[in-house]
Design a protein around this ligand. Structure first.
Ligand code: ADP
Ligand code: MG
Length: 399
């Protein structure tokens, strides 16, 4: 690319797609969009490394829509992603992008949803299919999905998908597409498995790296707090009340903690709900929708259940448990500070977690400041000054 892309007009999109982008309120492409859309439009394979919240869905969604042949009765593009929630979310974003192209059929299929409903949707021959690998393979086996005319295959959150043991499924899916299919991969990290799949299925891929730095780095003020056991709940509520937080995500490492914490918050009369893998799919969708629409204030979730979930104005993220993996820390706090807003992240530490948090700081290059609840129940910084005042004085953004 010789020309630097700074506006959507430069991409020479069709009026329908451009109009939809405007309707969505986007004024300029994000860096990953500026770099991905031109080579994808030219038919190149792309491997893009970009942190969450950088606009990857539209980065592939826009070229997918631009390249569709609406008269075709075959699936032309398949997007595979690791979780049902992500599936739903990508489908919603693609439908918004296709708002002015009512002929475009986009269908999502994922595990946990009744297969009958999906069969009916598939009968209408989608142009774009968004799927989790397992359910997609299931349909391919039944003969209800045929990928023999697919033009583009997108692997979203490839590292996560391949790590979750889907690598064999993903291979089977890609093997069912034509040999010259455009393969586009998005990943927060380029893991060994991602490299393997790229090597096997991509040709002359355009490599894109978007760093989580400068303008791209979400503006998140990060804090840590020594607090264990029963105190965590009290301390968290103190923080929520003092900062008057209205939209909060709380991460726990285990389903049971999620479930219990959700119940306890509700018993205290707080508006909270929970999201974890054991909750039936229909209810999970309802919970997600409720949170997005602001029907309740506190969403408690496990990492997997919250993967890729995109709610724009989460004010604060709580790491009720410190995550086991450094990367999860970034994924979790990336739920806040999205779309150029500011965010706050709190991590609760047991005395034993000191080494873990040091490791996370090193890995993420984050500045995480100590806070505490003082004798009067106020949330204070290390020097005893009020956190609330600090934030009001423009302590946001840090880093
Ligand atoms: P990622 O997949 O990289 O985590 P998403 O595709 O979910 O990111 O996008 C994150 C948020 O940014 C979404 O709310 C999306 O609607 C919004 N967004 C996408 N593109 C733009 C843009 N060009 N300008 C402003 N906001 C955008
Ligand atoms: Mg995404």
């Amino acid at each position: 690319m010789t020309e630097e892309i700074t506006s959507f007009e430069q991409l020479e999109l069709t009026p329908e797609v451009l109009g939809a982008i405007r309707k969505m309120g986007f004024s300029a492409p994000t860096p990953v969009q500026a770099q991905t859309i031109p080579p994808m439009l030219d038919g190149y394979d792309v491997i893009a490394k970009a942190p969450t919240g950088t606009g990857k869905t539209c980065a592939f969604g826009i070229p997918l829509l631009e390249c569709l042949r609406l008269d075709s009765k075959d699936i032309q593009a398949v997007v595979i992603c690791p979780t049902r929630e992500l599936c739903i979310q990508i489908t919603e974003e693609l439908r918004q992008l296709a708002a002015l192209l009512p002929q475009v059929r986009i269908v999502s299929i994922y595990g946990g949803q009744p297969i009958q409903k999906q069969l009916a949707a598939l009968k209408k021959t989608p142009h774009i299919l968004v799927a989790t690998p397992g359910r997609l393979l299931d349909h391919m086996g039944r003969g209800t999905v045929w990928l023999g005319n697919v033009y583009t295959a997108v692997l979203d959150e490839a590292d996560e998908m391949l790590k979750m043991g889907f690598i064999r499924d993903v291979r089977k899916i890609l093997n069912a597409t034509p040999g010259d299919t455009q393969v586009v991969m998005f990943s927060a990290t380029i893991s060994r498995e991602v490299m393997d799949v790229a090597w096997e299925y991509q040709h002359n891929a355009v490599e894109i790296h978007v760093a989580a730095e400068g303008d791209n780095r979400p503006k998140i003020a990060q804090f840590e707090l020594l607090s264990s056991g029963e105190r965590r709940l009290t301390d968290m509520c103190r923080i929520i009340d003092e900062l008057e937080l209205k939209r909060v995500m709380v991460f726990c490492n285990m389903k049971n903690t999620v479930r219990r914490l959700g119940d306890r918050l509700r018993k205290q009369g707080r508006s909270a709900d929970a999201l974890h893998g054991d909750i039936p799919q229909s209810q999970r969708n309802k919970v997600m929708e409720g949170f997005r629409e602001g029907k309740f204030e506190i969403l408690v979730a496990t990492d997997v259940a919250a993967r890729g979930i995109d709610v724009d104005d989460v004010e604060a993220v709580f790491n009720y448990d410190i995550p086991d993996e450094n990367e999860y820390y970034l994924h979790r706090i990336g739920r806040t500070g999205r779309a150029k807003r500011h965010g706050i992240a709190f991590t609760f530490l047991s005395p034993d977690d000191r080494f873990r948090i040091r490791d996370i700081k090193k890995y993420t290059h984050s500045e995480i400041r100590d806070i505490a609840i003082d004798a009067n129940g106020c949330v204070v910084m290390e020097d005893g000054s009020s956190l609330k005042k600090y934030l009001e004085k423009g302590g946001l953004p840090t880093g």
